[in-house]
Design a protein around this ligand. Sequence first.
Ligand SMILES: [Zn+2]
Ligand SMILES: [Zn+2]
Length: 180
Amino acid sequence: MGVAFLPPLFHRYNQAFFAQTIPCDQLRLSWSRRMSRAAGSYRRRGGLAQITLSLPVLSPLPASATHSTLVHEMIHAWVDLVLHRREGHGPCFCGKMEEINSRKTGLTVSIRHRFPVPPRPASWQARCDCCGAVTPYKRRVTGLACRTCCGRFSGGRWDQRFLLRFERRPASAQDQASWG
Ligand SMILES: [Zn+2]
Ligand SMILES: [Zn+2]
């Protein structure tokens, strides 16, 4: 659970699985709040490579998901920076992945990160000042009135007394799985 500090994990696995060959001075490790379509990515522009892990995908999952995603991206880094091969999940990648999995360290790497990708979190919420109900929304909507209060006090007709007030959803609420 939560967010791991990546450099010690990188060094541990660089030693355990790659004989410390992945050059850490050419590689940046980071968490992304915005990347939510994949658990991790490896990219290189010129001399600087980057491994990015997704905070929204991985933070709700057990730590093992972060570890196996990091090692998956480290295999990409190794294929690119050490072997200088251009392949996606090709023979070099798969050979290394099988070697790591066969060592039965408890860490399993797969080609697809089979993790649930969370739906885009609602970043707005609408509050009814009359009944206090708060409902998450992905975007702002104007002219919405509280259905409960309109039903209770206006015979179900739209009533501007119960207009919803839109506000930014606090980050802590966005992280919860039970929104919407
Ligand atoms: Zn991959
Ligand atoms: Zn209301």
